[in-house]
Design a protein around this ligand. Structure first.
Ligand code: NI
Length: 226
């Protein structure tokens, strides 16, 4: 499942984060690259223990925990402390797959990367190129979202970032370990939750709302790892 989550951050939060990011100390992005992606990766990043990175990262994780669309779609167990990247002057990230297991240098915690997320901090009209291109079973998806919005996609997919030929592209990227490891099972639960919410809104007293909610939780009980 590839899902856009609009307005994860408010305009005010996005502006404040941008101010911090623009005054931060950027380093070579290969500091966090895996063996296979090192040759493909050409960008800048904030160090994992950078104080601004940790401040903005905590904000992102906090708002996501309160975001109903994110919680319903990701069913998160653990969220990796968000990382930050910057592309300009033709920088790009060639086709790669994200490492299956990642250990945070900040918390020492290890997670399985079920879902990848990119939260944009630059608006599409501020830079040329810089599309996040995801190879999905439905075909190739080209993603470029407004600042403050986020894309969630299977970490198992091949993906790349096209060269940024003008302007600067700022973004946060991180991973989620879901309570539901299998993307197909997670998609079923998301579809079901969405349908129950719609039914409950249209007809709150419909007896099927309770029964379907029971089925949802029984599937979750059957499939979830916590
Ligand atoms: Ni990646």
């Amino acid at each position: 499942m590839i899902l856009q989550i609009p307005n994860v951050l408010t305009v005010e939060q996005t502006v404040e984060c941008r101010r911090l990011l623009e005054s931060s100390a950027w380093i070579d992005g290969n500091a966090t690259a895996g063996h296979q992606s090192r040759r493909a990766k050409h960008n800048l990043q904030l160090a994992e223990n950078d104080p601004f990175a940790r401040e903005i990262g905590s904000l992102i994780v906090g708002v996501l925990q309160e975001n109903p669309l994110f919680v319903s779609a990701a069913l998160p167990l653990k969220v990796f402390p968000p990382l930050f990247n910057r592309y300009e002057g033709g920088q790009n990230f060639g086709t790669h797959v994200d490492n299956a297991i990642r250990r945070s240098r900040v918390t020492g915690d290890q997670i399985r990367t079920d879902l990848s997320a990119t939260l944009f901090f630059s608006d599409p009209d501020e830079y040329d190129g810089g599309e996040l291109v995801i190879e999905d079973t439905f075909g190739v998806q080209q993603i470029k979202l407004t600042a403050g919005s986020m894309i969630l996609y299977p970490a198992s997919s091949l993906h790349h970032v096209t060269p940024v030929t003008g302007g600067t592209r700022l973004a946060s990227f991180f991973w989620i370990q879901s309570m539901i490891r299998d993307d197909g099972c997670r998609s079923i639960l998301f579809d079901m939750d969405t349908a129950i919410q719609r039914l409950a809104a249209a007809d709150p007293l419909h007896t099927s709302v309770v029964q379907l909610t029971g089925v949802y939780h029984n599937l979750l009980r059957r499939w979830a790892e916590v």
